[in-house]
Design a protein around this ligand. Sequence first.
Ligand code: GLA
Length: 728
Amino acid sequence: MAIKIEHGVFQIETADTMYQMKVDAFGVLNHLWYGAKTGCVMDYLLDYPDVGFSGNIYEAENQRTYSLDTLPLEYASGGVGDFRVPAISVTHENGSCALDLRYQEYHIVKGKCRIPGLPAVYAADDKAETLEIVLKDTATDVIVILKYGVLEQENVITRSVVVCNQGKTPVILNRVHSLCMDIPYGDWEWIHFHGRHTKERQVERAALIHGIQESSSGRGMSSHQQNPTVLLCERNTTENYGFCMGAALLYSGGFQTQIERDQLDQTRIVMGIHPDTFAWQLEEGDSFYAPEVMLSCSDKGFAELSHRFHHVIRNNVCRGKYKLSPRPVLINNWEATYFDFNSTKIEEIARQASALGIDMMVLDDGWFGKRDSDCSGLGDWVVNEKKLQGGLGRLIGRINDLGMKFGIWMEPEMVSEDSELYRSHPEWAIRIPGRAPMRGRYQLALDMSNPEVIRYLHRVISKILRENNIEYVKWDINRSICDWYTPTLPERRQLELPHRYILGLYELLERLTGEFPDILFEGCCGGGGRFDAGMLYYCPQTWCSDDTDAHERTVIQYGTSFFYPISTVGSHVSAVPNHQTGRMTSIQARGAVAMAGSFGYELDLNTLSEEEKQEVKEQVKTYKRYQDLIYNGLYYRVCDPMAGKLSVWEFVAKDQSEVLVQGVVYRAEPNELRKRVRLTGLAEEAEYQVEGEETVYTGAALMAGGILLPEIKGDDVAIQICLKRTDR
Ligand code: GLA
């Protein structure tokens, strides 16, 4: 039993971690602990100082030391004396905003809780349990249910929240965060992942300042600029040492992570839907479901924490036929042709690709409607026969005749003003009456909260997928969303639109992925602007970035790897000079970097030299040979690319019998010693041999002494070293 309750103490134990809460004498639920197992109730750490201007609850009478403002709270509400950042804030019918949540009861439910309309971690009923703790406002009938899903073996605890209005009048929810955790001890640093288009998930690590720090997105999507994941760690934590905890939100809309270091040096973290673009009117008898957060922690550094997230996302978040199976090596025509193609050009690319062993041809943007540039056509999901004479059927037939699968790009959530769809349904685009809308890449967003829009999209998309042998869909979205307004909601409820948009998106994805279980869906948002665990529930991989430059990608993929498994990272070899940076890198370096993901190509192979084509053929073979190790092995970040010299990573088979070391050395320098990298995760006593070499090393030597990288000449030189265990 992972969940134990004794004397008001709630204890959740996973294989290696422990989470504790306690109901105190006033019915307030205190947070006690999240970390290693201690075998002890951690309430001895609770301190009750008399802090000036931190007031006391009425029932505490003259006890000046009992303050909601200083205690570690499990789910902090506003307006009743805790002046730190709240997890929940509401407005009652009389305009007041207080909420004072006290413990009512608990339930333990077999299996892992699901959330209506939202993605959630799933598990077999005998592999998970759910704890529900019911809190109630002291003065109204607002009920808050805290849900804790426990995946004991995976060392993952999920949190989500349901708010129920059991009163007679509506309540406005202004903020309902999914996670709230107070940590009364420790000197924490936080790591978050920031960036911009073509430069996603840059790692930033900083000491906490007193006050509130935040990473968030109000863009209607999880965003390129910030990612809905966060790490807290001790100052000395490294890849293989020290304590760290991580949280990842399963949500693809605007989000907010706030961390507050308070007057007593305590730390509070809250995470959930961004309150600036959210409000919800909760009618009598209704419930609101906040999205789920996955939590994990490790006292052995970031690598172990990443492994836990990789495992749970791959096994308990991603779904469908492709969740664990090898993915086809694909070739995408976007950087090869942009909008300028016809069937002949696509067939030529496919013919060359099939000769080199590539499995699937993906037709990107421009195949539909009037779409010769990004100024028009979105919304008209009908094949453009001027470009594709004979339609999709003929093209797909020819691709299939080459022995290749066929995949297609779509951007269903968007509409161009110059489109048949917009001309017939201007009211389906999100914009505010009487106000000029913001355009992003010349386009507007469709109102995904409107059931008619969802019905339309479902009808046109399922028709294409039914009538054609399409085995992959790239589901793109290419602008941030603002101008939130929908004619389908009354005036006072307009701020419900951003969340309803995401609910509409999820509903559509749920239906389509259910109806077309054999299709591989890849998420995309101008590259990796919606790389989050919510999208991964529907699409088991995401196009990681529109920056395909191998050098830049080492940094982007490094940041991505802290939470997201390698199988979820769409990564392609593209042409040089690179289209985003103008950088020249060798085909070997581009191959090594793209192999640390779901591998493919994105260039016209006909333009390569014979030598390069042979290299591509070898790369495809190598990838197929190592795909199982790459997807199912443990991934280690061996070098920090931010240090500027090299980027090296490593895949180690779970039984430690095989190791693939890959990377890029950024720059050759004269008179330099060969670079040495220390491997990790090997069996100390085992013997390993580098493929093609005689020398035998022990695991201990490779981890303590390291391995010498080959001497390099030139910039961005690829590293690819395979080691095999030879002692058994
Ligand atoms: C986005 C995607 C690209 C490509 C283009 C097409 O930017 O990230 O890969 O599909 O759209 O317009």
